[in-house]
Design a protein around this ligand. Structure first.
Ligand code: WTA
Length: 635
């Protein structure tokens, strides 16, 4: 028998030991006992990090939606699967049962087929957090189409890049979206994006805000009438365990976004198993993750992980500040939420509002708290623990990545003693290690290094869509036979891990990964700009904010700087989205460079963080004189 649900700390150690000494046997038991397969595998695992090639449950057949929907129909047909909480608190919440969700997914699957979408085709989903988003994701999975969800805060340019990168045939969107007191014209953004996307033959449009929009004859279709006419059942497509399930883009240090590709079998097993244990989920619980399905957290821990466990998962359309900063706590009270999973940036923003909003609400239903997306600082951890968890609900500080598919380092609540700011111990089956800059493994405790993983786990991304070489270069080339995470970490005296942050040119702003290169590319498009460099600096709510150093072309030096700042941020908003806007823009005469012409970001980072005493030796620079001027004029 497998230990599907770990309840004690000693048990964690036993199970962990088995998972790393006999990984294939361990995962085979979990997979066999807790999931529905159409056909069993021939081989549990084959892997080679040098190629890299990783396969789990090869030869097995399944459909993930049969695990998320069909198999619950006899015992949980009338249980709420998705609890939709609209942006407007006066609009009633919608309880979608497993039976209803099954039917909605099947109807949608039939619509996709009628529109000519087949197994293996890519479908881009650009929707707000409304039920159609989860339904369309599952409908793609049901017919074997590969979904690529793009967060509906990205700009038209960012959207078209992602559509073209994976050659999507279809886009699913809505007339618009609500975001607090604002509405956003999503369809307008899609129309603009599609001017550059010749491969898209149809667009399905959900009605949400009932705005006037353009519908392009022959290409655009209102979704609801098609769903109404579609048949309410659809026999799930049989997929191989290693067939692609989805592509999800994440920022890289350089160039265009990376389309991380996840496959059906391993992803299902790992997200479901982590969900059960990290959230200590029990049948009667109401689970809420505040992320957007446009990010990996939403894929794994709003949709697939919870539904594979037959859970009730809350989907919230709105924002934490609308109609006021008590909204999260209002929802916890109203739906008696048991598990609450959010990002440190949200915790900091809410803590800043004081405790009056919290105290108005009964939070006694909460049992487990979670955080994800960036390091949580000590102050935020304590505020969360004391005011939300009332020191009774353990905090699972979960470290993981789009690439890892599921949670990798985290306490198991009620088992692992927590420690503020520490993600603590590896999850079952995960073998982390720290490496030094010479490429050696750092043994022992109380050490710091670069975080790598030594052995495959079932939900590791299998490739970057269309660019396997980049997959290899980014994750498997820094160290032999290791997956390199891009993060730094330290290991304390008992072996607990604390993630210290990115060691590459990715900056995490409000929990969103942003590569510096695409932002610099956007800025450099401005006709007045000669060159730019972006760095992160500490920000009390966002974790990091962006600081841009910009040099102007000679002819533009006299221009009004405030106007230029606005224009630059507008350009970033157009090219990437408002999340990538710069907090500070300093116009400088020159950027500090090495003799080989590389911008010295380390120096710029120190200046942005006001750590001028830590600049180190600048005399070897090509242009040391610019440093003092940058310091004198810093914002
Ligand atoms: C960071 C989000 C510290 C880290 C699931 C990682 C964290 C990147 C934590 C991935 C955490 C995520 N503590 N840092 N608990 N969780 N990170 O792909 O730098 O959006 O590499 O996946 O977020 O972000 P992504």
């Amino acid at each position: 028998m497998s230990n599907y649900h770990i309840k004690q700390f000693e048990e964690y150690f036993q199970v962990y030991k088995k998972s790393v000494t006999q990984p294939e046997q361990f995962w085979e038991e979990i997979a066999e006992e807790h999931f529905y397969w159409r056909k069993k595998w021939n081989k549990v695992l084959s892997w080679d990090f040098a190629k890299p090639e990783i396969k789990w449950f090869e030869g097995a057949q399944l459909n993930i939606t049969e695990n998320c929907l069909d198999r619950h129909l006899h015992s949980r047909a009338h249980k709420t699967a998705i609890l939709f909480e609209p942006n407007n608190p006066n609009e009633p919440a919608e309880h979608i049962t497993y039976k209803q969700l099954h039917e909605r997914v099947c109807r949608f699957a039939n619509v996709l087929k009628e529109q000519g979408i087949n197994k293996g085709d890519r479908v881009c989903i650009y929707l707000p957090m409304i039920p159609e988003l989860a339904v369309s994701v599952l409908a793609c999975a049901r017919i074997g189409a590969i979904h690529s969800v793009v967060f509906a805060g990205f700009s038209a340019t960012a959207l078209s890049t992602r559509i073209n990168d994976c050659d999507a045939k279809m886009v699913i969107t809505s007339d618009g979206s609500y975001r607090g007191a604002k509405t956003i014209d999503l369809k307008g953004i899609v129309d603009e994006a599609l001017e550059d996307c010749n491969g898209v033959t149809s667009v399905l449009v959900a009605k949400r805000i009932h705005s006037e929009i353009n519908m392009k004859e022959g290409r655009d279709h209102w979704l609801q009438p098609l769903l109404d006419e579609a048949y309410k059942d659809y026999t799930a497509e049989i997929m191989d365990a290693e067939d692609p399930l989805f592509i999800l883009y994440t920022s890289g240090s350089t160039g265009k976004p990376k389309g991380m590709m996840h496959t059906c079998g391993g992803y299902m097993v790992y997200t479901a198993y982590t969900f059960k244990n990290v959230f200590q989920y029990r049948e009667e619980d109401v689970y809420w993750c505040t992320a957007d399905i446009g990010w990996i957290t939403g894929h794994s821990y709003i949709v697939y992980g919870p539904l594979a466990n037959g859970a009730t998962t809350v989907m919230f359309e709105g924002v934490p500040s609308y109609p006021d900063y008590g909204r999260f706590w209002d929802i916890v009270e109203k739906h008696k939420v048991s598990q609450f999973y959010t990002a440190p940036t949200a915790i900091r923003a809410l803590a800043k509002q004081g405790n009056a909003f919290v105290e108005k609400h009964d939070l006694s239903s909460l049992k487990v708290l979670g955080t994800v997306g960036e390091p949580i600082n000590e102050e935020a951890w304590h505020w969360y623990n004391e005011n939300i968890g009332k020191k009774k609900s353990p905090i699972a500080d979960t470290w993981w990545q789009t690439e890892t598919g599921g949670i990798m380092i985290s306490p198991i609540p009620f088992c692992t003693p927590t420690k503020p700011t520490y993600a603590t111990l590896p999850f079952i089956g995960v073998q982390p290690t720290l490496m030094n800059e010479k490429g050696e493994e750092i043994k022992g405790n109380q050490v710091e290094g670069r975080l790598c993983i030594k052995y495959p786990w079932p939900s590791i991304a299998r490739t970057i869509w269309g660019n396997h070489q980049r997959y290899k270069d980014t994750y498997f080339s820094a160290y032999d036979n290791m997956y390199f995470t891009g993060d730094g970490a330290l290991r304390d005296e008992v072996g607990y891990y604390r993630i210290t942050g990115r060691v590459d040119d990715v900056i995490i702003v409000s929990g969103h990964n942003l590569g510096t290169a695409p932002i610099e590319d956007a800025i450099n498009e401005h006709q007045a700009v000669a060159e730019s460099a972006i760095v992160g600096f500490p920000h009390d709510v966002k974790g990091n904010a962006l600081y841009g150093y910009v040099t102007l072309k000679g002819s533009s030096e006299g221009r009004n700087q405030d106007n230029l700042r606005q224009e630059i941020n507008q350009l970033i908003t157009d090219r990437i989205g408002p999340i990538a806007k710069l907090n500070k823009i300093q116009f400088v005469e020159g950027l500090p460079k090495t003799r080989s012409g590389k911008i010295m970001r380390r120096i710029l980072r120190k200046i942005a963080a006001s750590e001028m005493d830590q600049l180190g030796d600048t005399s070897t620079l090509l242009n040391p004189e610019v440093v003092q001027r940058i310091i004198d004029d810093r914002l």
